[in-house]
Design a protein around this ligand. Structure first.
Ligand code: GAL
Ligand code: ZN
Length: 660
């Protein structure tokens, strides 16, 4: 298994490199990522390349059998490039061009920038294609980071207009799709079409959605420009990109993943924000973007921070986060960063080593893991995750709801996470999938807030249900056509018949207002779960009621219903519940479709499985600070300790088993 660190030899005296390589090797590290921000050093002036220093750094690492992933350095162009071509700088939604001095400051649509990018990537690829230490490439760095997914420069505007021409064919079609008769926005010339600038307070919803799609396509096209060069010149190397965490919603990650060999991502659990379920959700999304295992290209290895410093990972955290990533499908772990830099914007973003480069607690933890992975890593690489439950992720829904959230407390990805969190609590393995995935593998498909519903997706879902599948929809589903106009039919639009309900009316609730939900099968009102944010009042068209509202002017009217369709079932949930609601709902649904947890565990202990052929590896992770007793129904061997375990067994604080 590849296990390594992000390394910046250009930040340190050359005399130090051999010691770094030696310390890495002693910690079991066998890969580094290099050079993703080194453009100014690789091409100090236009057309003059200097690879000597990088060659020597790679040689120092190779002397310790350490392999290299090279970053293409296009996330931060050199000052001379920007001086010579100031038009490559990105323009913000408020019309201001950003200044040089940070990173991700360029427009990826800019022909000039694309040409310069091609040049540096080609030069690097030609130089490193035959270097035996180099095994692959990371393209650029975190597309979309620092609010850079969309640019508002004139070149982007012209490119958007051309994209629209391609999509709609004629202005009549565009005017119809966007409903531009509203507020006198009818376009008679393509060049009149604006971008959704900050001062366009409420852009046309069709334009707003299309601009997000366009900008996502533009990032994908920019990545492809580099992918093509690398595939042509370095056929033996893999090509990847480091994606942002699961909650990032600005680029269509299914599209971005398609051109890569595998997806990588940057995992910063940061004690201040993340709980294990959130981290698991992020890993699940990442695994979902390409439907296969992935790399963590940056894994938190020290206190995060730039101007202020975040909390230090507690003893055991780095190891636990690493195993959690592996449990969810990571095939390689690369820590950010090897050593904390003494200068630059990330002077306080700590790595495995502190500023002084001395090995301390975090180095020892990384080394312990390194020893463990030397023993068990290769057994795990390539093992698949097999889930019986899937959550459908749709980028049109994410984008359309960004433009019009419907309720200030509706956020697409947070809403999907409500379902995920409950499944995770129950140790039920989940896949994130696009709507057009093969649904037959799943006993249960959840498609929450499937907001923009094309007829093909509705037909795909219906076929799945008719063949015996069970699907769940909920609030704000089927509301929009692909052009982002509201549908001309009762909600949930194209899946109303499948669900056997229509939405008689809806109520967008002010923050804090909650409506009790009375479960029909269990009419006791004691500790009734509650609906919040949104209430669809359902009219039954063949479906059977599961829950009703217990308040407001729609008291007693249906809130949740289930319908039989063909050989399967569709559930419609008309509200956003509290945690107690999802606990009840999913408990009942999982029983209905006969999906069992991987393992029953105490709170704070996570179970997740990967399969190598017929061999299952059950990861059990104790996220708490105290020992936990887990009852193992069968005999298992723990790959890490070699112990044979059965019945009530004790898992230490922050400790992990890999049970076979
Ligand atoms: C990531 C980025 C790295 C580094 C790290 C810590 O988002 O890819 O280059 O900035 O965060 O801030
Ligand atoms: Zn631009």
């Amino acid at each position: 298994m590849y296990y390594g660190a992000d390394y910046y030899p250009e930040h340190w005296p050359e005399e130090r490199w051999p010691l770094d390589a030696e310390m890495m090797a002693e910690a079991g590290l066998n890969i580094v990522r290099l050079a993703e921000f080194a453009w100014a050093k690789l091409e100090p002036e236009r057309g003059r390349f200097d690879f000597d220093w990088l060659d020597r750094a790679i040689a120092a690492l190779a002397a310790r059998d350490i392999h290299v992933v090279l970053g293409t350095p296009t996330a931060a162009p050199p000052a001379w490039l920007v001086r010579e071509n100031p038009e490559v700088l990105r323009v913000r939604a408020d019309g201001r061009r950003v200044h040089f001095g940070f990173r991700r400051s360029v427009c990826l649509v800019s022909e000039t920038y694309r040409a310069h990018s091609q040049r540096i990537v080609q030069a690097m690829a030609e130089h490193y294609r035959d270097n035996p230490a180099v095994v692959g490439w990371q393209i650029d760095n975190e597309f979309g980071c620092h609010d850079s997914a969309r640019c508002y420069c004139d070149e982007c505007r012209r490119a958007f207009q051309a994209w629209l021409r391609e999509r709609y064919g004629s202005l009549e079609a565009l005017n119809r799709a966007w409903g531009t008769v509203f507020w006198s926005q009818t376009y008679t010339d393509w060049q009149d079409i604006p971008l959704p600038y900050a001062d366009v307070e409420q852009p046309n919803p069709g334009l707003a959605l299309d601009y997000r799609r366009f900008a996502s396509d533009a990032n994908v096209a920019y990545q492809r420009l580099q992918v093509e060069i690398l595939r042509r010149l370095c056929p033996g190397h893999f090509v990847t990109h480091n994606f942002m965490a699961g909650q990032f919603q600005e680029l269509n990650y299914f599209d971005l993943a398609r051109d890569l060999d595998f997806v990588s991502w940057d995992n910063y659990p940061d004690l201040r924000r993340s709980d294990p379920a959130q981290l698991a959700f992020n890993h699940t999304c990442i695994r979902g973007w390409k439907g296969q295992s992935f790399w963590v290209m940056e894994e938190e290895a020290g206190p995060p921070g730039n101007t202020v410093i975040g909390p230090s990972p507690r003893p055991g955290d780095i190891r636990l986060w690493t195993y959690q990533a592996i449990a969810h499908g990571a095939d390689a772990i690369v820590y950010f960063r090897w050593r904390t830099c003494r200068f630059g914007a990330e002077e306080y973003w700590h790595g495995i080593l502190d500023h002084d480069g001395k090995p301390r607690r975090r180095y020892c933890e990384v080394q312990q893991m390194g020893r463990e992975l030397e023993r068990v890593g290769d057994e795990i690489v390539g093992a698949e995750v097999r889930s019986q439950v899937a959550i459908v992720f749709d980028w049109d829904a994410a984008f359309a709801l960004q433009a019009q959230p419907n309720n200030p407390d509706l956020n697409y990805i947070d809403h999907l996470r409500r379902y995920f969190t409950e499944l995770h609590r129950r140790n039920v393995s989940v896949d994130i999938i696009p709507w057009n995935a093969d649904l037959r593998h799943y006993k249960l498909v959840l498609a929450p807030m499937f907001h923009v519903l094309p007829p093909e997706a509705a037909a795909h879902f219906e076929k799945y249900v008719d063949k015996g599948g069970t699907i769940l929809f909920d609030v704000r589903t089927g509301v929009k056509e692909a052009c982002n106009q509201a549908v001309d039919m009762p909600l949930p639009g194209l899946v109303a018949d499948l669900c056997g309900v229509t939405v008689a009316e809806y109520d967008s609730l002010p923050r804090g207002l909650r409506v009790p939900l009375l479960i029909d099968a269990d009419p006791s009102t004691a500790a009734a779960p509650e609906g919040q944010v949104w209430c669809d009042v359902l009219a039954l068209q063949g479906a059977k009621v599961i829950a009703r509202y217990g308040g407001q002017y729609y008291a007693c009217r249906p809130a949740v219903a289930i319908n039989t369709h063909g050989r399967g079932r569709a559930v419609y949930v008309g509200t956003v519940g509290d945690a107690a609601f999802y606990e009840r709902l999913l408990g009942w649904l999982l029983e209905t479709v006969d999906v069992r947890p991987l393992l029953e565990t105490p709170a704070g202990v996570e179970a997740m499985a990967r399969w190598q052929g017929t061999q299952r590896m059950l990861f059990v992770l104790n996220h708490t600070d105290s020992p936990q007793t887990v009852t193992l129904p069968a005999e298992h061997r723990d790959l890490l300790s070699g112990q044979v375990l059965h019945g009530a067994a004790t898992l230490g604080p922050k400790d992990v088993w890999i049970l076979i």
